[in-house]
Design a protein around this ligand. Structure first.
Ligand code: 4NP
Length: 163
């Protein structure tokens, strides 16, 4: 089943490193892998430290080296209406997943999951926060997000993205 559209929101803490990477990478990979599926793709943070800012310069530079232009994205915070507007909200780590579960309105429609459930071969459950680390962290984020994007495309194609 590939006809139905799916609305996917990627969530991290600041919305300047991991989740904008996921938004840009998944959008590009899905355009190639699932051209027939109408996808809505967005990202947000659970914290508001960087609202209105473009992604971190190190995030943009690492992504651009792989052909992903993230420069047009701007950070925002997860809002209550996101739980209604999206089908699937994918957290980068358990802490942000817990924050989402706490904030989800009772009538929330969206499924909440960890992004790396779609990259079981990675052996990781969480995308490590690269913000305070070295340049390798940004490459690891890209590796994990690319793998999960392929897995997510396959799951959407099979209609198996919901648990
Ligand atoms: P992100 O990374 O959650 O992947 O966007 C971070 C960005 C900023 C901060 C922490 C993590 N911060 O503390 O400002």
């Amino acid at each position: 089943m590939s006809g139905a559209g799916v609305k996917i929101l990627f969530v991290c803490l600041g919305n300047i490193c991991r989740s904008p990477t996921a938004e840009g990478v998944f959008r590009a990979i899905a355009a190639r892998e699932l051209p027939e599926v109408a996808l809505t793709v967005d990202s947000a943070g659970t914290a508001g430290y960087h609202v209105g800012e473009p992604p971190d310069g190190r995030t943009c530079a690492a992504a651009l080296r792989r052909g992903y232009d993230l420069s047009g994205l701007r950070a925002r915070v997860v809002e209550p209406r996101d739980f209604e507007a999206f089908d699937l909200i994918l957290a980068m780590d358990r802490q942000n997943l817990e924050t989402l579960r706490r904030r989800a309105p009772a009538a929330a429609r969206a499924r909440l999951r960890l992004l790396l459930e779609f990259a079981p071969q990675s052996g990781l459950q969480e995308v490590p926060d690269p913000y305070y680390g070295g340049v390798n962290g940004f490459e690891q984020v890209l590796d994990l997000v690319e793998a999960a994007s392929l897995g997510l495309c396959a799951a959407v194609r099979r209609g198996e993205w919901a648990p």
